[in-house]
Design a protein around this ligand. Sequence first.
Ligand code: SF4
Length: 243
Amino acid sequence: MPGSNVNLQRSGSPRLPSVPRKKETQREKTVRAAAIATCLARSYPEVQCPLRHENTFQLLVAVILSAQCTDAAVNKATPALFRQFPDAASLSRASTAEIEPVIRSLGLYRAKAKSLQSCARQLVERFNGEVPATMAELTGLAGVGRKTANVILGHAFGKPGIVVDTHCRRLSRRLGLTRQQDPTKIEQNLNRLLPSSEWTGFSHRLIIHGRQVCLARRPACENCALRELCPSNTLRNGRKLTW
Ligand code: SF4
């Protein structure tokens, strides 16, 4: 792994730095974060955006719709939405009353319809209908926070960014990579621990791991490839995790 400090044994498996009993130095945490990134990359070599889209505008719309919704639910709703409003110009001309029925199956659909309409109008007025490629411009759009902006920057423009959603937040705290609660501070902590080339892939793999293994109520530590690197490993400390 480029930029990794993890030594590889002859078998090819990583020599895992142990989870320190006493307070971890920043250096030790950086080495452990690199080992976690290596394990995650082995477990989930392919990282693809689960939201179906054919262009950056559609990706932006899908990510806005995904707030407090499953990706599967968004993927069910977006084909009809994109057929009716294929670009920012057509969506900007729509009334919320026209948008709402198409996304009614999703939670918070009224607020989301308003965000989509405002965002599309801003894209037309400020960016000639195109999706901008900087954090500052993206977060100036309606319905777009740092999490959404980092998804767009990473997947559409190849610009690295840590996407801190509920899974990334929970796992980075369980893994002892941050003690912060605030997503922006968690993002800053993870940015310091990992090289920028890892940011997008690491956070997306953490999200997959949070959905498949390190579940919120019942983390499957017995099946977890990260357990030797994780201070919250329930097999080691017998503690019940309740995040
Ligand atoms: S060892 Fe358990 S708590 Fe730690 S990351 Fe794995 S599943 Fe989550």
